[in-house]
Design a protein around this ligand. Structure first.
Ligand code: CMP
Length: 458
């Protein structure tokens, strides 16, 4: 009885593994690809060293070989079970997946997975055994496959590191690995004529590789045989191209490390040139520069409405709700309001910035907007600015009296520091009042209270 239960459990595990469906861009696949990539890179470092220094597959090296074979075999299985993506549509058809895989990377994977050197290693052909080990390196070609490129892209886009810096690091790393392979090639062909120990041999070979690749070429280590000379010519040819390519890319990457900041600086530079050309007073220039600095520090130079305007409506609503959640949470007036109301309100709010000392409104003007303070503080003052009626900060609102009572502004509002405000236009305000009576009532109560206070003081 017990054994049948156990059998069934094993059966179901097997069925699950057999029916495995892997999403080509899912987290598992990316993680797996990254893991196999790491194994491939470790193998790329170790396998050529084993060939050059004639290290036999024994002890830890044999274990590593077997681990590689196991994981590369699992990888082939994973590839047979990874759905295809055709025009963003997932295809699970097992036959189609197999057909595509057999047409492409399968043979490279197979060639690199089967441990030919272990199978044929028993033979007395030492050279054959050494060369067969290189078949593992065929997997490196897969670095250029679309799935590896996508995985590398995902790694580059990890949120905690700047993508350009990550690209730079990956590139340097790949360059070092390429150098390692070239150095191993040099040692393989040249042998060990000077009877150096392994460390000195490797350092000398790597030193030669870097002086050649960087086109410095001191010439202190030079090829002595024809085979080596042919190898050197080959490396010189690809080396010059590779070096140019990498240096060009690095220069490009460095200038792109912070594209947004560079572009923003250029924009501010252009504005400053204009300000100087127009002889704008220095104090005013400073204010303008301070404003742009504030804009960069707080919004990375972007006005959110210009970013949102390009998005489709549904996405715009979601992003807007996310961005404005903070302000909505700060305003006591909106506590407990329905989602429907908040969504409608958020989509109509317009972000505006005021710099210290700016007048948001002056007493006696006609008013067409009311404001919510997201960040910063304003003073509510009399016309001559001698009386400060109130200081309003994050989450407060003002400018509602003129809208509700259709009167001129009852006070002057002056920004105390940098203020991130959201304005609500009169028309939208009226529409919202009609549809949401609770909101209308709270605003009216506050407006009446403030008006009374002003009347008492004035
Ligand atoms: P409004 O008259 O449109 O423009 C000036 C604004 O100042 C006014 O609306 C109110 O929102 C605000 N206000 C006036 N008096 C006070 C006060 N005593 N406390 C806070 N805010 C006020």
């Amino acid at each position: 009885m017990k054994s049948t239960k156990f059998d069934n459990a094993i059966k179901s595990v097997f069925i699950k593994i057999w029916n495995l469906k892997i999403h080509p861009q899912g987290n598992f696949k990316v993680f797996w690809e990254a893991f196999v990539l790491l194994l491939t890179l470790i193998m790329t470092i170790i396998a050529p060293l084993m060939v050059v220094f004639e290290i036999p597959s024994k002890g830890p090296f044999l274990v590593f070989d077997l681990i590689l074979t196991t994981f590369f075999t699992i990888d082939i299985y994973v590839n047979f079970h990874t759905s295809l993506l055709v025009k963003r549509k997932e295809i699970h058809d097992r036959k189609k997946i197999a057909k595509e895989y057999l047409k492409g990377w399968f043979w490279i994977d197979l060639f690199a997975t089967v441990p030919l050197h272990l199978i044929f290693g028993i033979s007395s052909f030492v050279m054959l055994n050494r060369i067969l080990r290189f078949t593992r390196l065929f997997r490196l070609v897969k670095l250029f496959s679309s799935s590896s490129t996508k995985t590398l892209k995902r790694i580059r886009e990890l949120p905690f590191i700047n993508p350009s810096i990550m690209r730079l690091l990956l590139m340097v790393f790949l360059l070092l690995i390429a150098g390692h392979l070239i150095a191993c090639g040099w040692m393989f062909i040249s042998g060990n004529p000077d009877n150096l120990d392994s460390n000195s041999r490797y350092i000398e070979a790597y030193y030669w590789t870097l002086t050649t690749l960087t086109t410095i070429g001191y010439g202190d280590i030079s090829p002595k045989t024809n085979t080596l000379r042919i190898y050197v010519m080959f490396i010189q040819l690809i080396g010059a191209g590779m070096y140019g390519f990498i240096i060009g890319n690095i220069a490009n990457l460095i200038s792109n490390i912070d594209v947004a900041k560079t572009q923003y600086k250029e924009k501010v530079d252009r504005i400053n040139t204009f300000l100087k050309y127009k002889n704008i007073p220095l104090a005013m220039q400073k204010r303008i520069n301070d404003y742009y600095e504030y804009l960069w520090d707080n919004r990375r130079g972007y006005d959110e409405s210009s970013v949102l305007s390009d998005l489709p409506k549904s996405l715009k609503t979601t992003v807007s709700l996310f961005l404005n959640r903070e302000i909505i949470e700060k305003v006591p007036l909106f506590k407990g309001a329905s989602d429907e109301f908040l969504t409608e309100l958020i989509l109509t709010l317009e972000p505006v910035i005021y710099t210290p000392g700016d007048y948001v409104m002056k007493k006696g003007e006609m008013g067409f907007d009311m404001f919510f303070i997201s960040k910063g503080s304003v003073d509510v003052v009399s016309e001559d600015e001698k009386i400060v009626y109130a200081t309003l900060t994050d989450g407060a609102f003002f400018g509602e009296i003129a809208l509700l009572l259709s009167t001129p502004r009852t006070a002057t509002i002056k920004a105390k520091d940098y203020c991130d405000l959201y304005s609500l236009h009169k028309d939208t305000f009226q529409k919202i009042l009609q549809r949401y009576p609770d909101f209308a009532q709270s605003i009216e109560e506050e407006a009446i209270r403030r008006k009374d206070e002003l009347d008492k003081q004035g």
